[in-house]
Design a protein around this ligand. Sequence first.
Ligand code: HEM
Length: 344
Amino acid sequence: MTFFTSSFIVLITCLSATVSQAHPGFNFGWGGHGGFGGISFGLSPDFYQFTCPQANNIVMSVLEKAITNEPRMAASLLRLHFHDCFVQGCDASVLLDDTAIIASEKKAGPNKNSIRGFQVIDEIKSKLEEACPLTVSCADILSLAARGSAVLSGGPNWDLPLGRRDSKTASLTGANQNIPPPNATLANLVKFFKRQGLDEVDLVALSGGHTIGVARCVTFKQRLYNQNGNNQPDETLEKSYYFGLKSVCPKTGGDNNISPLDFGSPAKFDNTYFKLIIWGKGLLFSDQVLLTGNVENTIELVKSYAEDEGLFFEQFAKSMIKMGNIKPLTGFKGEVRKNCHRVN
Ligand code: HEM
């Protein structure tokens, strides 16, 4: 029995080494944890080189249409990847619907009435299933859609490691506990990111994702009317910006009214987000606190990204790759879903 097991492992190891080198699309994902015989099988940009070389083109053509139709869609798709990765890793758990045994993450506080873009993911998936059945995972689609959205909004491009597989489970509790809330202090934001293996540099760079898209009044109302329990606005809000925000976000009602996260250029991926923070015009408390939170490191980072867009783009790309590497399922773990809404 022992002989059989070890022979089997040796056989599979040799096979996968040969197959994986010839066909990166067959990635058993063993190398990320030391692997067998020193061979590495982590995520790789060439993962679909032989099994679905047109994958990215398909993603981009659907995105182009969707984003032309509604520029905000780029922001929604970027955020979807973030909300996926922070909950049990980048495994498309966020896309699973409720069933008798799955409590969908879509119902979690940070997601409910908030995350969007599912139809676009569905359209990409159905085109990919036509071209390369059961090959490209929903988790990789989220990652490709996030990168494509940044690119099509004028942001950076990067070599995107692929080969994630899809979970068979979701975690509603994980979604409630691991996605940082907009009123978090800087110390707490750092903790949320540390829990995922991300540092302060990643926190500031990835917060730059707020260079596109919008937020609902309910997510910044506290800042306008009662930031510290004393019925006073957040004093770090610049005055004219504060008066403008009050008109879209009244003290009672209007919870779903929206305001751009970067009102200077809400559909363009640029470094205006950081400039606005310097001017006291960050929309969320979690945006402004990167500057006012009194951590020397993040203050310096905000200033340098505000001054140097190239530097921001470079770090954003690096941090996106890092975020995309949070606990991916590889090898025989998980599955490639046929339909992103449910397990096979
Ligand atoms: C640092 C901690 C973060 C907090 C506290 C936070 C919080 C929020 C909140 C409250 C909204 C508005 C949601 C709503 O109105 O329902 C939002 C929107 C958004 N977030 Fe974040 N976020 C964070 C980090 C990130 C990261 C890391 C990314 C991506 C790299 C990101 C990308 C976005 C985008 C693009 C939108 C706009 C979505 C749309 O218009 O549909 N956020 N975020």
